[in-house]
Design a protein around this ligand. Structure first.
Ligand SMILES: Nc1ncnc2c1ncn2[C@@H]1O[C@H](COP(=O)(O)OP(=O)(O)OP(=O)(O)O)[C@@H](O)[C@H]1O
Ligand SMILES: [Mg+2]
Length: 368
């Protein structure tokens, strides 16, 4: 006769088709009861309308039927509550991280993509400002301009030159900033703007993959990725190649824009990418005579952050000097501090709550 343990062991071979990890490891298998030759298994799904429900049920049934002394298998599906869902995502993230191919980006260095639902909200300006501010603290900041068609970081960071290869690896172009440095790879350093427009579809994804795999990013303390607008193939390539990355979502204060930005966050979560927080850009500013101007509305960033239950990391005022690298009111310096201390500290030099989170993640892993 079978025991609960035997059935659970058998189920360890069933993979969640979407996450590619064992349903046992993911914590989706609930109670198991064995009554003679009848086995009942409880499976917790993330949503009621899980499109893969039929497949998971079938795989579970087949796996259990594969055991000796089983005539009947009943699969009871339940739906996870918010806490269980969060745990599943955190486990999926850990498992994906363990499976990810090694890149030259140092293991403990935070990888952060800057994304938004729509274009022109200031992703590139934020990436440039944050790269400078992080470098100013003495760190080496790798910057990948993954906006293959609309690259702009070489111009924004005032980095010019031609990328060279050493040992078949592209060497990012370097620029000293204060005590640290920025290292950049961008299509803008490989091709002129007309040529870049010729890149299409798969080739674009390949270009991003090459900028990660075939480049020398050793020694970077932080790795920032500026993404094109929307949630496209490039975002998917990045999520697959760099499962440890976190995402910052940029939005304007307009509540309509925040709704679009929510889509980027939604996509991130579906790809098991952690949303680190929201940055509101083009926020209200006070002019010389003390009047407050809010041409793009107010409150969108705060609302989105509350909706997603993530921190509002910065409100960057509208200021024409931003494009010139000016840090209006020190917002980028403060943002860099918040990342280093709390939100995305380099592993090994983690801030208090980050260490606690790591410990929690480890503990979850140990009970598997
Ligand atoms: N806080 C700000 N104050 C004033 N101008 C800004 C601010 N942030 C960005 N800009 C300007 O807005 C324009 C769009 O910014 P940016 O190119 O960074 O947006 P983006 O989201 O990267 O756009 P795309 O989706 O096209 O890549 C630029 O001209 C930039 O200089
Ligand atoms: Mg841009």
């Amino acid at each position: 006769m079978n025991t609960e343990g035997v059935v659970r062991e058998q189920l360890a071979g069933v993979l969640d088709p979407e996450l590619g990890a064992s349903i046992v490891e993911l914590g989706m298998v609930g109670a198991i009861s064995v009554l003679g030759r009848r086995v009942e298994v409880e499976i917790a799904l993330t949503t009621v309308g899980c499109p893969l429900r039929a497949q998971i049920e079938r795989d579970v049934r087949e796996a259990v039927r594969g055991l000796d002394d089983v005539d009947e298998v009943a699969v009871v599906t339940t739906v996870m509550d918010a806490t269980a869902k969060r745990e599943l995502l955190s486990r999926a993230r850990l498992l994906a991280r363990d499976r990810a191919l090694a890149t030259s980006i140092p293991a403990g260095s935070p990888i952060i993509t800057i994304a938004s639902g729509k274009g022109g909200v200031g992703k590139s300006a934020v990436t440039a400002g944050l790269a400078r501010a992080l470098a100013a603290t003495g760190r080496t900041v790798g910057v990948l301009d993954a906006d293959i068609w609309g690259f702009s970081l070489a111009r924004l960071l005032k980095i010019d030159g031609e990328v060279e290869a050493k040992n078949a690896k592209m060497i990012p172009l370097e620029k000293r900033v204060g005590a640290g440095q920025i290292r950049l790879l961008s299509m803008g350093l490989l091709a002129d703007e007309d040529q870049a427009l010729l890149w299409r579809g798969l080739i674009v994804q390949k270009a991003v993959a090459q900028f990660i795999d075939d480049a020398d990013w050793t020694g970077c303390d932080y790795f920032l990725i500026d993404t094109p607008p929307g949630t496209g193939d490039i975002a998917m390539t990045l999520a697959r190649m760099l499962p440890a990355m976190g995402q910052i979502v940029v939005t304007t204060p307009d509540p309509g824009a925040a709704r679009v930005a929510a889509r980027a966050a939604d996509f991130a979560r579906k790809s098991h990418v952690k949303v680190l927080g929201i940055i509101e850009n083009m926020s209200p500013f006070t002019c010389e005579n003390g009047t407050l101007h809010a041409p793009f509305g107010v409150g969108g960033g705060r609302r989105l952050a509350d909706e997603l239950d993530v921190p509002l990391l910065a409100e960057i005022p509208l200021d024409v000097r931003i494009g010139e690298g000016f840090d209006a009111e020190g917002v980028f310096a403060n943002l860099a501090r918040a990342l280093i201390d709390e939100v995305a500290p380099p592993i090994g030099a983690a801030g208090c709550s980050a260490r606690l989170l790591d410990a929690l993640e480890l503990a979850t892993r140990e009970v598997l």
